[in-house]
Design a protein around this ligand. Sequence first.
Ligand code: URA
Length: 264
Amino acid sequence: MASDEHTGERLQKVLARVGIGSRRVCEDLIDEGRVTVNGEVAELGRRVEVDVDLVEVDGAPIGVRPGLVYYLLNKPAGVITTASDPQGRPTVLELVPAEPRVFPVGRLDLETEGLLLLTNDGELANRIAHPSHGVEKEYLAEVQGEPSRATLRRLREGIELEDGTTAPAQAALVAPTLVRLTIHEGRNRQVRRMLDAVGHPVQRLIRTKVGPLTDRRLAPGAWRELTLPELRSLETAVAGPGTTPGPGVPTDRSAGAGADGADQ
Ligand code: URA
């Protein structure tokens, strides 16, 4: 059953939210008669209820998922990745809208900065966090000392840590004391421990990429919703049953979204 056209959310807002374009662009699409609701050309001012109305742009349904939201946050240092903190430190949930309630996918250490996904889509979050999908995470680490080529090779090939050898990684020197490290595991404090183990403790750590998601312009503390193409590429990255974990990937822990103690 279609909704009353005066209730629900403004059409241009819905279109913008799912990544069709800016509000302005979406208003233009509506003005141009390219947007239909339940098969009828929509007028500006139309409201829709995303869970009952069929919204199409140029005849293609938009991928609205009722009630599901996906935020990309640039976490600043000093903000904790849990829902609440007995010590009263600021939490990542205080940086995004309170409703609908979302949760972080995985965890960044208190002092780690950079990209963190928050969502209320438990299914997708579990897939992203699960080690079998091996979603890549890229970090920039400012370290003490200047890592040698041999050290970078060690980081690439695997470092013996107390919870097992790390899986093959990508490591490159961006500046004399700046390492770009890409891993696809999510063990607790993994990047810091890897760099500690090779004698180059981390001074500052920033996550610059989660799977296909990246955003150099997102200011610390700022968040935005994923665009539809980003959501699609994320879904593609975690499609299927997952691969067999490689050597060194722990298989005995249950890694759910926000698996305790794991940096995802
Ligand atoms: N590795 C770390 O050491 N810390 C993080 O926050 C994420 C990955």
